[in-house]
Design a protein around this ligand. Structure first.
Ligand SMILES: Nc1ncnc2c1ncn2[C@@H]1O[C@H](COP(=O)(O)OP(=O)(O)OP(=O)(O)O)[C@@H](O)[C@H]1O
Ligand SMILES: [Mg+2]
Length: 697
């Protein structure tokens, strides 16, 4: 292992063996690299790889880190536990969940966000509450916050839904993502012998992207660390962008305080050119209450200037980006080294259209992810039911897909019977008294599953699991009958084969044991995990590219109301938005292009937006930005306006005593929305508000 490529502070961190250490460092300063080398260094110093637990933010990052460490020290590194918090907890619970008592057993199902929402919807319906008022999206995020300790109390009806939702999960031996972490903590807290075992087992903990841990994860780290406290955390408080999930950038200081940790600061950036880094540093300098303020230095020349472009319409902006990509691509930058980043998923569409037109190959992160597709979930549910026929949630998904004349009424009847008799639906089918053909249809279904079970157990290569399920279930026939759309879905399913293929290599044990691990992995996939390394331009939200880097980055739709987002009202939230923008700009290695548009269709309405304040804050050397500052000042000359404000309509120019010149961007029955200059952003007024004066051109 060659340590000479590390700088002094990196080396100091890598060589730190005993006791807690916090590496606080800016973007691209080699935090992740330092953590990777430290794992290698520990192993070289004779530390048992089994006693090392390293936590990364995504499964993909974990896989890449494992590959790197294997390169550094060889196959011994395969024994290191390298996973996300959720995967670690899933693994822990697969062996320890029975400590929770009767309700759960090891064969639990991990349900994803969509499943959770569906169960909440069903619960609200069953309790006869208004599904609009008790909207499943809102409740899901509320329950999640509640489970994470971000909320102290739920209102009475919410509490009722919450309890019933949890009962349903427990009854069906299933856990949502939040449960994974909470139950792990619960077991460790309540069972000193289990805690002692894990404390003895894991002697070294390493956490990447520490700035995005929430308090529950923090508690878990604390529990897992034994009295030696060999805890190594790396992170950048300026890149903390998961406040909405309870992440707290102050955890760094808390860690240093509570663990009495040593601190190492890295301030040499090895990713971006000087121009890019200057812009990023200027931007983040506007945040108040920064923790561990640092001044990042670039290791490179100035490089090309950061480019800023404002277009008249969102479509124009997308075409501008497409053309720029073509030029950059012709200059020998592969598509895969280019990323287009935006604040929220909905903004991708207009760029996709432009890329299609220009024949630019692209991949969108997120959206409907591969593993959320119906056909993929159906396939996995079949496999689940083969492994665990008692899994009601999976069984319900596929019992009548393809159609087997088993209607919703029958399914509900079986479920009710099963609940009353405290048995699974699978067992209920045998015991229930059902008439004629329906009974036969149900028995036929069971027969299909039993046949699959037998065949899967006998397979000598797991790559055939998918074909087998497709054929025996009749799913393939069903897709065949669907024509073109069926063909697409069939192709998606074929992609699953590689997952089983890889899983078969990665895991040991019987077919069933391997499949069990593969299913867990898939349940815990994140957006970053899905995108393959094809030569395509990556379209992504900023949250999805944390920790990654690209030669060329476009940050688009940089407009007041979009980025910073309209919902970020107070200065704390604006600071979070600014950190998100900082993450975006620091993904770029060589080129950074910022763009926005004057008009944009959003939520079905035409909206006028001012350029984001963040552009000005980057202090770019760009005449147009300087000129715009002057224009704004000039346009608020007080003599040009009349006083009536009743007839203000969308597109009108207005002025306000405090906010100056602005444009009306939206108006409904009650409210007028006005976009002011970058300093003030979008403001809301009741219609006819006297403070708004229309400007006569
Ligand atoms: N000492 C070094 N010499 C040369 N290159 C380095 C050095 N340290 C790190 N790098 C390179 O710098 C880039 C950024 O490193 P890395 O991703 O580890 O930074 P990071 O601090 O984790 O960034 P982020 O804050 O975005 O997570 C990588 O391409 C890495 O290989
Ligand atoms: Mg990193």
């Amino acid at each position: 292992m060659d340590l000479s490529i590390l700088n002094d502070n990196q080396l100091k961190a890598v060589k730190h063996i005993k006791g807690p250490l916090s590496v606080v460092a800016g973007a691209g300063s080699g935090k992740t690299r330092t953590l990777t080398y430290r794992i290698g260094y520990l192993i070289n110093q004779g530390v048992n790889p089994l006693s090392i637990l390293a936590v990364t933010f995504t499964n993909k990052a974990a896989r890449e880190m494992r590959e790197r460490v294997v390169e550094l020290v060889g196959p011994k590194a395969l024994d290191v536990t390298l996973s996300t918090f959720h995967s670690f907890c899933a693994r822990f619970l697969r062996s320890e969940i029975e400590y929770l008592g009767q309700t759960y057993n090891r064969r639990f199902l991990i349900i994803d966000e969509d499943d959770s929402k569906q169960i909440i919807r069903d619960t609200v319906k069953e309790l006869n509450y208004d599904p609009n008022r008790y909207n499943s999206n809102r409740l899901k995020s509320l329950f999640s916050k509640y489970k994470n300790g971000q909320y102290d109390e739920l209102e009475t009806i919410e509490q009722e839904i919450y309890l019933k939702y949890n009962d349903y999960l427990a009854y069906n031996n299933s856990l949502d993502f939040d449960d994974l972490i909470n139950y792990t903590i619960k077991i460790l807290k309540e069972n000193p012998s289990v805690l002692a075992y894990y404390n003895q087992y894991y002697e070294y903990l390493l956490i990447d992207e520490f700035q995005d841990t929430n308090s529950v994860q923090y508690d878990l780290i604390k529990l897992l660390s034994n009295k030696e406290k060999n805890v190594f955390i790396v992170g950048d408080p300026d890149q903390s962008i998961y406040a909405f999930r309870g992440a707290n950038y102050e955890n760094h200081e808390r860690f240093v305080r509570e663990f009495k940790a040593e601190v190492v600061i890295l301030d040499q950036n090895y990713r971006s050119t000087k121009n890019i880094l200057d812009a990023a540093n200027q931007l983040i300098g506007h945040n108040k209450n920064r923790q561990g303020e640092k001044n990042l230095r670039s290791s490179f020349d100035e490089g090309p200037k950061v480019i800023y472009e404002q277009r008249d319409s969102d479509k124009d902006e997308a075409y501008y980006v497409a053309r720029a990509i073509e030029i950059i691509h012709q200059g020998h930058t592969p598509y895969q080294n280019i990323a287009v980043l935006y604040r929220s998923n909905a903004l991708s569409r207009i760029f996709e259209e432009a890329f299609l037109r220009y024949n630019i190959p692209y991949t969108v992160y997120g959206g409907i992810s591969f593993f959320q597709r119906k056909e993929i979930k159906d396939m996995l549910s079949y496999v689940r039911v083969c492994l665990f026929p008692q899994d009601n949630i999976s069984l319900k998904r596929i019992i009548n897909v393809p159609r087997r004349k088993i209607g919703q009424t029958t399914i509900t009847k079986i479920e009710t019977y099963a609940t009353i008799h405290k048995i699974s639906m699978w067992d209920a089918i045998d015991q229930m008294d059902i008439k004629g053909t329906t009974k036969q249809n149900l028995l036929d279904f069971k027969e299909i599953i039993i046949k699959m079970q037998n065949e899967i157990a006998r397979l000598d290569d797991l790559i055939y699991v998918v074909d087998l399920v497709l054929a025996i279930s009749g799913y393939k026939q069903m897709l065949n009958d669907e024509g073109n759309e069926g063909k697409d879905r069939y192709e998606n399913i074929l992609e699953l084969k590689s997952v089983f293929y890889n899983g078969a290599i990665d895991y040991k044990g019987t077919n069933l044991e391997k499949i069990e691990q593969i299913l867990d992995d898939m349940a815990l996939k994140t957006d970053q995990d899905i995108v393959e390394d094809k030569d395509t331009v990556k379209l992504a939200t900023i949250h999805q590219v944390k920790g990654l880097e690209f030669d060329c980055v476009f940050v688009v739709a940089l407009e007041e109301g979009i980025f910073p987002s309209e919902t970020a009202f107070n200065s704390g939230e604006i600071d979070e938005e600014r950190r998100i923008c900082y993450v975006a700009t620091t993904r770029a290695k060589k080129r950074l292009l910022l763009s926005c548009s004057r008009q944009r269709f959003r939520f079905g309405q035409l909206q006028m937006n001012a350029p984001s304040r963040f552009i000005e804050e980057m202090n770019l050397e760009d005449d147009r930005i300087q000129k715009r500052k002057q224009v704004i000042v000039k346009e608020v000359a007080p003599s040009d306006f009349m006083t009536s404000s009743d007839d203000i309509k969308i597109g009108d120019k207005v002025t306000h005593e405090k906010y100056g010149f602005g444009t009306v961007v939206q108006k409904d029955d009650n409210v007028t929305r006005v976009a002011f200059s970058i300093h003030h952003g979008i403001k809301l007024f009741t219609n006819g508000h006297p403070a708004l004066k229309k400007v006569i051109n």
